[in-house]
Design a protein. Structure first.
Length: 328
């Protein structure tokens, strides 16, 4: 089984390392001239949530790297994880080079799939979402965390042979696969929830400050609830998704539940605390607000966070650089 990771950012490197260690033939694509610094490998310090008791491990990931692609390359899958607003920029490269491979888009989506459909037929791609994150330190070490689940789904909700094959690949790396019957709606719900949390994190001055304060988490719950109303207005049955349920409890109860969960789930906490790519976080917040405005929704709690999103900074934990996604 040959898999091409599109880039060597956090998501591609974390999952590339996990899959390669499990015996999958993984190669990373980078832009010409960018492969030389990677020849010695990448030092990965990982808080591994796949373990019964999550613990931090360190490994030198001796990744395979190429700086050119051809439609004749014999890959089964391209795994593409980029910032949601950068996806269109990589589509021409995929169109010209995927050959017989299928593409797993492995990141957020809010705008829908029309831009992709203009370049690639749906028969060539499916969608997933990673549950990992982190950043590179000043000395080039990847400091990251990985949870035990990934989400996958076909856009039409079918369980196809390629979906089953991807499920087997991830399970080979001790990852649990949650197959979503409506991956688009799951992606929208997840995006909306994140946008409310992002706004509250800017208000608090960082993820750590947010996660340590039930009153600040209350702002995240109220803003997230309004963001989920945007999903409802788009036709999503929001409360069918487990991730949304905390936002429809009494607000103080939901905030306390999130505070407690983040005390206990150290990998999830680390993912939030090390994701400090402010341009990406701002775009997530703005996208939901723009859609809410277009739909005529008031969103007072969500909108009240806008001044902080536009003027404040999210403080990094540790010495990580804001590089949460691959740059080919």
């Amino acid at each position: 089984m040959r898999v091409l990771m599109f880039g060597t950012g956090v998501i591609g490197t974390v999952y590339g390392c996990a899959l390669a260690k499990a015996g999958v033939d993984v190669t990373h694509y980078v832009r010409p001239g960018k492969n030389q610094p990677l020849e010695e490998g990448v030092s990965v310090r990982l808080l591994d949530g796949r373990l019964k008791r999550p613990q931090e491990t360190s490994v030198l990931y001796k990744l395979k790297v190429v700086d050119s692609l051809s439609p004749l390359d014999d890959y089964e899958f391209f795994v593409v994880s980029v910032r949601h607003y950068q996806l269109e920029s990589v589509l021409p490269v995929l169109k010209d080079n995927i050959g017989k491979a299928d593409v797993l888009f492995f990141n957020s989506n809010w705008a829908g799939f029309e831009a992709i459909d203009r370049i690639l037929p749906r028969a060539k791609y499916l969608w997933g979402f990673p549950v990992a994150g982190g950043g590179y330190t000043a000395n080039g070490e990847l400091n990251a965390a990985l949870l035990e689940e990934v989400r996958l789904g076909e856009l039409d909700g079918r369980t196809t042979p390629r979906l089953e094959l991807l499920k087997e690949i991830f399970e080979q790396a001790s990852l649990k696969v949650d197959i979503q019957k409506n991956i688009q709606h799951w992606l929208w719900v997840h995006f909306a929830i994140n946008s409310g949390v992002i706004g509250a994190a800017f208000e608090a001055g960082g993820a750590t400050q947010l996660l340590n304060s039930v009153p600040r988490l209350l702002d995240a719950i109220l803003a997230g609830r309004e963001a989920l109303e945007v999903c409802k207005a788009r036709g999503v049955d929001v409360q069918a998704f487990d991730d949304a349920k905390a936002f429809y409890q009494p607000s103080w109860l939901g905030a306390t539940a999130v505070w407690l969960m983040m005390k206990l789930n150290k990998p999830a906490r680390k993912i939030m605390e090390t994701h400090t790519a402010e341009d990406e976080l701002r775009e997530i917040y703005r996208d939901v607000l723009k859609t809410g405005d277009a739909l005529g929704l008031a969103m007072p709690h969500y909108r009240a966070l806008k001044e902080y999103v536009e003027s404040s900074s999210i403080k990094a934990q540790g010495r990580t650089k804001p590089n949460a996604h691959p740059t080919p």
